[in-house]
Design a protein around this ligand. Structure first.
Ligand code: FAD
Ligand code: NAD
Length: 465
């Protein structure tokens, strides 16, 4: 068994861990990062990147399929498309492979040492790693736990066979004929929509009264309408009960209490993710927990001196960019800089069709925090650019303090509006008021003008509505 030492040891090379190690390397900190699987973590290998590749391919396929069905409004006709799904998957895998290499290269360039293998704690400053070339002990002054999260299984629907998680859904070899998605949240709807566009007959079973229950109904309603248009059956308030006795059946109870059965050759279970806190000796450290997550303070410090934690293992929202921002902050703290978590908002995007973008507080969240709010929305049906894209569904909404017009939140739902998250996030982080947005010239014709108009509307002088 060999032994090495470093100043900073990062466990897990997902977006949180690799960002932390790269920034630490840039700051001249002697850093080791340990990864059990591949560089890039869930996000790069079986999450954000491969899912967005599939979503894009599915969108392209659906546009041609609509044209072939004569449903294209602008006069383009096409022959029915054919799908070489093996090539789609190979294309997606190649993107992942290139980015794996990219992350490994960035770590190397920053001077961080990469150790392949699963780390297990011996104590708060020492881990053991089973590497391909034997057992390695690593001692560090500071340890960062960035072990991420894993899919939650339902006890009566364990993963295996036709019951799959997002990981298997991203590695299918053919499009399922009948797909049941259990859980109409982020993953279920992103992947369910993509597979429906590529030809699967999809049924979504959601326990809550509406899909995407983390959002208000105004935001989720355009998604529900589009799912219906795509032929997806959505059962809300429904409970999955058990795998049926028939080989393809799944027993469910509908919102009205009716017992029924769905046919499915694949059942995609997407009922949330849980932090990866077991199987690597974490219990030895006896850290304070926050429910299932590791409790951290505003510097990502855990209850043990010299041990920090970042990313999904530390709580909601389980998003890659939160993990990255935490990773960068922790590296700077280790380098002696004065940093603390002072971000106003963490944008969230649901890459459904249409897309949902949220930053900051919703109208209800703002009111329940005691703010008197001014909230207005501008619909895309009054936005020229949206009409030229033949996508009039959705809106942009601003939430501002009634007294001084400080923006507290911005939400939108619309086709392809993910990129507006940058403008929304910047506005909140810069402390923008409605007047700042109103006085900013927004280029024409763009979907971003709906943001401008929502602010103008709140100030009582929208132009285009
Ligand atoms: P992870 O990315 O989970 O990385 C943790 C790493 O630690 C893993 O590589 C794991 O192998 C390694 N590890 C664990 N234990 C050990 C150990 N003991 N020793 C060594 N290594 C270990 N988020 C977004 O922001 N946008 C999206 O579009 C988006 N899409 C998603 C789509 C899907 C299908 C899924 C599943 C997730 C998606 N997410 C998205 C969420 C995003 O993937 C996570 O928030 C993000 O990956 C969290 O980063 P992390 O660094 O905390 O952990
Ligand atoms: P989720 O929390 O988004 O959705 C889970 C859904 O399952 C909820 O709507 C919930 O009501 C429902 N549910 C729970 N138990 C159920 C049951 N027994 N039967 C039917 N429905 C049930 O979780 P997810 O989709 O698994 O995604 C996990 C996390 O990954 C997300 O919270 C998010 O942090 C991250 N993610 C982000 C993105 C993105 O940023 N675009 C994409 C995918 C995943």
């Amino acid at each position: 068994m060999t032994e090495i030492t470093c100043k900073l040891l990062v466990i897990g090379a997902g977006p949180g861990g690799y960002t932390c190690a790269i920034r630490a390397g840039q700051l001249g900190i002697d850093t080791i990062i340990v990864e059990a699987e591949k560089p890039g973590g869930t996000c790069l290998n079986v999450g954000c990147i491969p899912s967005k590749a599939l979503i894009h391919a599915a969108g392209e396929y659906e546009i041609i399929a609509r044209a072939a069905d004569g449903k294209n409004a602008f006069g383009i006709s096409a022959a029915p498309p054919s799908l070489n799904f093996a090539r789609t998957i190979a294309w997606k895998d190649d993107i992942v492979r290139r980015l794996n290499g990219g992350v490994a290269g960035l770590l190397k360039r920053a001077g961080a040492r990469y150790v392949a293998g699963r780390a297990s704690f011996r104590d708060g400053k020492t881990v053991e790693v089973e590497t391909p070339s034997g057992r390695q002990v690593i001692r560090a002054e500071t340890v960062v736990i960035a072990t991420g999260s894993e899919p939650v299984a339902l006890p009566f629907l364990p993963f295996g066979g036709r019951v799959i998680s997002s990981t298997e859904a991203l590695a299918l070899t053919e499009i399922p004929k009948k797909l049941v998605v259990v859980g109409g949240g982020y993953i279920g709807l992103e992947l369910g929509t993509a597979l429906a566009k590529m030809g699967a007959a999809v049924t979504v079973v959601e326990a809550a009264p509406h899909i995407l229950p983390q959002y208000d109904v105004d935001l989720s309603e355009p998604i529900a309408r589009r799912l219906t248009a795509l032929g997806v059956t959505v059962l809300t308030g429904a409970k999955v009960q058990a795998l049926g006795t028939e080989s393809a059946a799944l027993a469910i109870e509908t919102a009205s209490g009716e017992q029924t059965s769905l046919e499915a050759d694949k059942i995609l279970v997407t009922v949330g993710r849980r932090p990866a806190t077991s199987g690597f000796g974490l219990e030895i450290l006896d850290l304070d927990m926050d429910g299932p997550f590791i409790r951290i303070d505003d510097r990502c410090r855990t209850s043990m001196h010299g041990v920090s934690a970042i990313g999904d293992v530390t709580g909601e929202p389980m998003l890659a960019h939160r993990a990255m921002a935490q990773g960068e902050m922790v590296a700077e703290i280790v380098a002696g800089r004065r940093r603390a978590w002072d971000r106003i908002s963490i944008p969230a995007i649901c890459f459904t069709d249409p897309e949902i973008v949220t930053v900051g507080l919703s109208p209800n969240e703002a009111s329940s925090r005691g703010f008197e709010v001014k909230t207005d929305l501008f619909p895309f049906k009054a936005n020229g650019r949206a009409l030229t894209l033949d996508r009039e569904d959705g809106f942009i909404r601003t939430v501002a303090r009634a007294d001084n017009h400080l923006l507290l939140g911005i939400q939108g739902v619309g086709a392809g509006i993910a990129e507006l998250s940058a403008a929304f996030g910047l506005a909140l982080e810069m402390g923008a008021r409605l007047e700042d947005v109103a006085m900013t010239i927004h280029a024409h014709p763009t979907q971003g003008e709906a943001f401008h108009e929502a602010a103008l509307k709140s100030l009582g002088h929208a132009i285009h509505i």
